[in-house]
Design a protein around this ligand. Structure first.
Ligand code: KG4
Ligand code: ZN
Length: 336
């Protein structure tokens, strides 16, 4: 069964064709980094316009790469939330038009479910349910218990900023460009991560939840306290920030695995591409006696492959668009 997946929730336009939820036949993507870099974050209006400009071209490209034509496609899957409303509307309504014209089913896809599916798609014979899933993206930060492809229990979540948002805001403060995560990841290699001890979040009650606003403020206050900041100091600050950002995740993950041991932990979302995380998870694997799974970096950030992949399973589960208002049936709300 051939699924055409369309992703347009934020600033990447992605169109991919995937067979039976696992075989990637084509993957086309357009990035908007250049458009948003001077603003330090995504400008919703620009993002939506750019999706509209590129989406038709990406559809042609994806079909061409897979050596297919539209009449070969069995199902259309498209992100219907969460995300920027203008961006979502471009991709989702494009998908709705295709589904109507081709008379094939349309599957509304929850973007978070799609990120969480990606590792399963890459390691189909290894990952078992239940497992823990760690979602680290620009908009969300969760640790969940995955019971099957479509059934998740939230065990920990951010109380304020998402982890990727903290990376992006700090990179913006230093005028490093957008998106900040990858840039900080590279610069931090030159710094000493143990140079500055930034605080860990503290909550009054016992919880595994995260917070990133305190860390972000601590980093910004630290920068302001230095008069004439040198490049080496910036490298140390970024490395120390990055370490702390992941210490916060590791602390919760350790608590969760110690309270109920599941042997597998999958990662997803743009921040899961981070090299410090991928290096340092090795020690956690040994300490907790778990195995971790990461999608290849290009499938951590937003893409159409993950939408087509999970779209297949949503179709099998009968989650087909049946004509209600696009955003009223938004299944993703269950995750909040
Ligand atoms: O999953 P994603 O593409 O979009 C959302 O669903 O939000 O994640 C984007 C986020 C951005 O905040 C970006 O800075 C971050 O992922 N990111 C990284 C890295 N690559 C992308 N963060 C840390 N290290 C990276 N290598
Ligand atoms: Zn995403």
């Amino acid at each position: 069964m051939l699924v055409l997946g369309i992703e347009s929730s934020c600033d990447e336009t992605g169109i991919a064709i995937v067979e039976d939820g696992k075989k990637i036949l084509s993957n086309s993507i357009e990035f908007q980094d250049e458009i948003h870099k001077d603003f330090g974050g995504v400008v919703p209006e620009f993002a939506a316009r750019h999706h509209a400009e590129k989406i038709g071209y990406l559809l042609d490209l994806s079909l061409k790469k897979a050596n297919l034509s539209l009449k070969d496609i069995d199902i259309i899957a498209a992100t219907n939330g969460p995300g920027l409303i203008g961006s979502l509307l471009v991709g989702y309504l494009f998908a709705r038009g295709l589904s109507y014209g081709l008379k094939i089913p349309l599957i509304p896809v929850n973007h978070i479910l799609a990120h969480l599916y990606m590792a399963n798609m890459i390691f189909p014979n290894e990952i078992e349910y239940p497992h823990y899933a760690v979602l680290l993206s620009g908009g969300h930060t969760f640790i969940l218990k995955a019971k099957n492809y479509l059934d998740f229990e939230i065990l920990a979540k951010t109380r304020d900023d998402a982890i990727g948002e903290a990376f992006d805001k700090i990179a913006h403060y230093f005028n490093l460009g957008y998106p900040g995560g990858k840039i900080i990841d590279d610069i931090a290699l030159k710094g000493n991560a143990k140079k500055i001890i930034f605080p860990m979040p503290n909550f009054k009650e016992k919880t595994n939840d995260f917070s990133y606003s305190g860390l972000k403020t601590a980093v910004l206050n630290h920068i302001k306290s230095i008069d004439d900041i040198k490049e080496a100091e910036i490298n140390d600050i970024l490395a120390s920030f990055q370490k702390r950002a992941f210490d916060i995740i590791f602390r919760s993950l350790k608590n969760i695995v110690r309270s109920e041991h599941l042997g597998q932990v999958i990662f997803g979302g743009g921040v899961a591409a981070n090299n410090y995380l991928r290096r340092n998870i090795k020690g956690i694997e040994e300490e907790l006696n778990i195995k971790t799974y990461f999608p290849p970096k290009k499938y951590c950030t937003d893409n159409g492959v993950m939408i087509a992949g999970i779209g297949y399973h949503l179709f099998k589960a009968g989650k087909i668009f049946e004509g209600e208002d696009v955003f009223s049936r938004a299944d993703y709300r269950k995750l909040y």
